[in-house]
Design a protein around this ligand. Structure first.
Ligand SMILES: [Zn+2]
Length: 524
């Protein structure tokens, strides 16, 4: 009788590598023993360390099948060590043994042999295969439960998201918990959040910018997913599982994004098509909440609409309540306000008085500084005399050396301190009388002064000019009264282009009564 030709198929999935008895080498040794015992002829050996579940995705299995197909009738046995090495899927196992059976090939399992001549063999075989599948399901259940438990503890079990790489919480010398640590891509995540919240960019233009700056391709949805991902504030989200609801726990990993920034991004995403102005760019809208709608008298708010994929921005002030009411481009309102400010001319007598006061202040300040400098110079002279003394004593060797040295050190420290004080006073920018002219010039160009001011000061200037509600319509502001102080300071406060002072039909605050057309001549 001719010898049986056999091929050996050994397989291990990556996570089983370490488990004793499962190793490829072990399976190989077992198979070679078996072949020897049976007196078979080994024709080929395939070692698979790829863990794909179905046969079609196993590279070594594909090679084995190619070999069997091109050597039809020459191979009689495929040797495996356990059924679960073959497949953990019952149907897959049955199908594959059937295919091989048709080719006249028997799958011989060393640990769980099946007597194919026995009528009960199929049942026995089915049980073995079913057990492999049951084990497979148990493993995946265990994995799911285990991963869920790890996540609940704050571990990160999945693929690291952009901006993070894998890391471990180390306890002693043991890698204890899987977690994340920020990597070099965390800057991209930061940028995405900043572009979205501070710069008001759309997901699409953020995607483009990230590609231009970092050559990193992210889809529009990818950008939105990043903006929603709680892992960036150091949390772990555990998905709903059976009856257990979705929960978010504090993770082991460090956040990349501050809670404030993240919350802001969430606010914007919650169905707000029109992005309202936030802290960081409110500076562009100093007149917001001060000027009011001419239709209903409610204060204006400000918005930015973006067009052309976020490349063009249109900032505008508009009625805070009703859509069809007043709405003006920010530039139109600001230009008009600038024209009004430009007309503010400070009365000569006030200017002179102010100028005298400023010069006086500068002079007395300079006098103080000068006096302080002189005092420091005197102290320096004194301490230098002491240093000289101590050095002489040390050189003569008449006094205790230790005492001399410690004295010397103290004096030198004192000297250093005085020199530093002197230098600070020197470098302190002292206003010169010449600067006053510039300052006064500014007071005669309110528009420049205003444009140089920061946001809080702008707000202050505006509200000190307008103590009563102001309405903007078309090309002018309307208010009942300007600040009495302003009337004292400037010329012609009630004869300014672009500013009409008239009795308002609105009560201060809000009113829904119809307003005047705003075209009638200004009255006082
Ligand atoms: Zn309105």
């Amino acid at each position: 009788m001719e010898k049986n030709n056999a091929v050996v198929y050994a397989r291990v999935s990556t996570d089983e590598q370490a488990i004793k008895g499962y190793s490829i080498e072990n399976q190989e040794r077992q198979a070679l023993d078996y072949i020897k015992r049976k007196g078979y002829n080994l024709v080929n050996l395939y070692k698979e360390d790829y863990s794909a579940k179905d046969f079609a995705n196993r590279p070594e299995w594909k090679k084995l099948m190619n070999y069997l197909n091109s050597n039809k009738g020459k191979v009689q046995s495929v040797i495996i060590s356990k059924w679960d090495r073959f497949s953990r899927n019952l149907l897959g196992t049955l199908e594959m043994t059937k295919i091989l059976g048709k080719m006249g090939i028997t799958v011989e399992c060393i640990d769980q042999p099946i007597d194919y001549d026995n009528p009960d063999a199929l049942i026995s075989f089915a049980i073995s295969a079913a057990m492999a599948e049951a084990e497979n399901r148990k493993i995946s259940l265990r994995t799911t439960a285990g991963m869920r438990q790890a996540s609940l503890n704050g571990c990160w079990v999945g693929k690291p998201p952009l901006g993070y790489q894998r890391d471990w919480v180390i306890k002693g010398t043991v890698k204890k918990n899987a977690t994340l640590k920020p990597d070099s891509n965390s800057i991209i995540v930061e940028k995405i959040f900043q572009y979205f919240t501070i710069h008001n960019l759309s997901a699409d233009s953020i995607r483009n910018k990230i590609y231009c700056e970092y050559r990193r391709k992210i889809s529009k949805q990818g950008v939105l997913d990043i903006l929603k991902n709680v892992c960036y504030v150091g949390n772990v989200k555990i998905k709903k599982y059976k009856s257990e609801p979705e929960i978010i726990v504090k993770g082991y990993h460090l956040p990349i994004i501050s809670d404030e920034l993240f919350q802001e991004a969430q606010q914007i995403m919650i169905g707000k098509k029109r992005m309202h102005i936030r802290k960081d760019n409110r500076e562009a809208f100093p007149l917001k909440e001060i000027i009011r709608c001419s239709v209903c008298g409610l204060s204006f708010t400000a918005s930015i609409t973006t067009k052309n994929k976020g490349l063009k921005k249109y900032p505008y002030y508009h009625c805070s309540k009703t859509k069809g009411h007043d709405r003006y481009p920010v530039q139109v309102v600001h230009d008009c306000f600038g024209r009004v400010l430009k007309q503010f001319k400070v009365k000569d007598e006030i200017l002179n008085l102010y100028s005298a006061m400023v010069v006086d202040t500068i002079n007395s300040h300079n006098k103080e500084v000068l006096a302080e400098k002189r005092k420091i110079e005197q102290d320096l002279e004194k301490v230098r005399g002491r240093i000289k003394n101590a050095e002489d004593l040390l050189a003569d060797g008449l006094e205790n050396k230790e005492v001399c040295l410690s004295m010397l050190k103290r004096f030198r420290d004192e000297e250093d301190m005085l020199i530093m004080k002197h230098a600070t006073l020197k470098s302190e920018a002292m206003p010169k009388v010449g600067d006053v002219e510039y300052l006064l010039a500014l007071f005669n160009s309110f528009d420049v002064l205003y444009s140089l001011s920061d946001y809080p000061l702008k707000k202050k200037i505006v509200s000190s000019i307008f103590p009563k509600p102001v309405i903007f319509s078309k090309d002018h502001f309307r208010t009942e009264q300007v600040s009495p102080l302003l009337e004292l300071l400037i010329l012609n406060s009630n004869n300014l282009q672009g500013l009409k002072i008239e009795k308002s039909h609105f009560k201060s605050g809000s009113s829904s009564s119809a307003p005047p057309a705003g075209l009638e001549p200004a009255t006082l």
